[in-house]
Design a binder for this molecule. Structure first.
Ligand SMILES: *Cc1c(COP(=O)(O)O)cnc(C)c1O
Length: 482
């Protein structure tokens, strides 16, 4: 794709689409935002959107659809079995992801459940580049364990490594030798590794994983939820693909996996999910579970309208001008905050900008959840809702001990095609102010802790009156401004 240069020399990501449907936003006063935090247990998942100005919680199911997607929804063929909508989606999966068989499921984690049900048992070990919360929960739920095999550079916050999501090949082989291939049902590769800052892996790395998998006869399962953006960054960063296109990169990557699954809430900017494979025996093993947990094989718990939007959205993944908006906005936000001294995960990845809470809140011990505290503080002073991706998002171990996260991150998701550049500049401005006032942020403690996936519904409270003090400083600096 050709870059568009500005006469001023400024590096500005230019949208190659226009906005034709709008939704009014509300910025409520800071006093109300403070109340909302107490009502929601200082957990941004529990906020109501009526109190949220810019919703940067997630890129899941919050992306803007195109005119063509909305138009396609009108063609939804309501049928329990044999719906034409399904066949259109199946064709899109064949064309874009290059896989013959498609099994629809209601969202990404449903695929993770079914894959784990089919292949994971007590004593199983699943090597992966890095875990995703729901992927790990479904594997451990079935008695399996995971092992994460990134290279050390993945954990370096300020890096210029283009592919921090790469699997450590030497460690992978070591793990297989130590545990025996018979106990390893599959190797899981996650495109644009979500929890370390949306960091991609290279095609070459996936080829290397394939070589090991073949040597030991192990399947590769590819999590394609963020595959479009991973492919876009391959075009930008991997020499071999400099003059290639999205279609080639996508098919090259999926072609290296035995089984692919995806959350359509991300890839294809719709809602739903799916599993796809070229291998009949894998399809048969999974097929039996779909009607039990999801729905009949031609809808899998998804509305036919969403299936139509998914099919069109998959084709749009091939269009660089559509796929580049979110990663380019993220890069703009990461680079501009970094220039102001805010510690950010670098290089910029996909799905969101990630602030390094471990550094911003260096005065808050990990036992008091620095990333959760930073998320709450940013909401308080701006109405911007980010997501904690740190120790609160981790599960306790079997003995009930805390397992502290490798990284304490505040993720500011940039849903696809949703925000404008002035909104991104507001995020930059308020995060900059918060960074300059970071000493006022204090810790959090749990008052209600659910046993599984505690980050969704858990309730916390501040360890002191720091929110009130932060609010007072905000009012002193901004006066009557919201
Ligand atoms: C979101 C996500 C999932 C889970 O998908 P849902 O549709 O939210 O259930 C799995 N893997 C990755 C990498 C994701 O980003």
């Amino acid at each position: 794709m050709q870059e568009i240069k500005f006469y001023s020399g400024e590096n500005i990501p230019l949208e190659l689409h226009k906005v034709r449907i709008v939704q009014k936003l509300h910025l409520v006063p800071i006093e109300r935002r403070l109340e909302a935090l107490y009502e929601g247990g200082f957990n941004t998942f529990r906020l109501s959107t009526k109190d949220v100005f810019l919703d940067m919680l997630t890129d899941s199911g919050t992306n803007a659809m195109s005119d063509n997607q909305l138009a396609a929804m009108m063609q939804g063929d309501d049928a329990y079995a044999g719906s034409q909508s399904f066949y259109r989606l199946e064709k899109a999966v064949q064309d874009v992801l290059g896989k013959k068989y498609l099994l629809p499921v209601h969202q990404g984690r449903a695929a993770e459940n079914i894959i784990a049900l089919a292949y994971v048992k007590k004593g199983s070990l699943v090597p992966m580049n890095y875990h995703f919360t729901t992927a790990m929960a479904h594997i451990t739920d079935k008695g399996g364990q995971i092992v994460e095999l990134l290279y050390d550079e993945a954990y370096v916050v300020n890096s210029d490594h283009p592919f921090k999501g790469n699997m450590n090949i030497e460690k992978l082989e070591e793990v297989i030798k130590r545990h025996s291939a018979a106990n390893i049902p599959f190797i899981r590769m996650e495109a644009s590794t979500n929890l370390i800052g949306g960091q991609p892996f290279s095609v070459q790395n996936l080829r290397d994983v394939r070589a090991i998998a073949d040597k030991y006869g192990i399947r590769i399962v590819l999590d394609c939820s963020l595959l479009g953006e991973n492919a876009y960054l391959v075009l930008k960063r991997e020499e071999e693909f400099k003059n290639s296109d999205m279609a080639t990169v996508l098919k090259t990557m999926t072609g290296l996996a035995d089984l692919c699954y995806f959350s359509a809430r991300k890839i294809s900017s719709s809602r739903g999910g799916g599993m796809c494979t070229d291998r009949l025996e894998i399809m048969k093993e999974l097929e039996a579970l779909v009607p039990l947990y999801e729905g009949f094989l031609t809808y899998g718990g998804i509305s036919v309208r969403e299936i139509e939007a998914m099919a069109v959205g998959l084709y749009e993944t091939l269009d660089e001008t559509m796929i580049c908006q979110s990663p380019n906005f993220i890069k703009y936000l990461v680079d501009s905050l970094y220039a102001k001294g805010v510690p950010m995960i670098k290089p910029a990845g996909v799905l969101g900008a990630h602030v390094d809470a471990m550094q911003v809140c260096a005065h808050i011990p990990q036992t008091e959840y620095p990333a959760g505290a930073l998320a709450a503080a940013l909401f308080l002073i701006s109405g911007i809702r980010g997501m904690e991706r740190g120790s609160i998002s981790n599960q306790r171990d079997e003995e009930g001990n805390e397992t502290y996260a490798d990284m304490e991150l505040l993720r500011l998701a940039v849903p696809r095609r949703v925000f404008t550049l002035s909104q991104i500049k507001y995020v930059e401005d308020r995060m900059h102010w918060l960074y300059d006032n970071r000493e006022l942020i204090g810790g959090l403690r749990f008052v209600y802790e659910p046993p599984v996936l505690r980050f969704f519904m858990g309730g916390l409270e501040p360890t002191s009156d720091w929110p009130q003090k932060l609010m007072a400083k905000f009012k002193a600096d901004f006066g009557e401004s919201l």
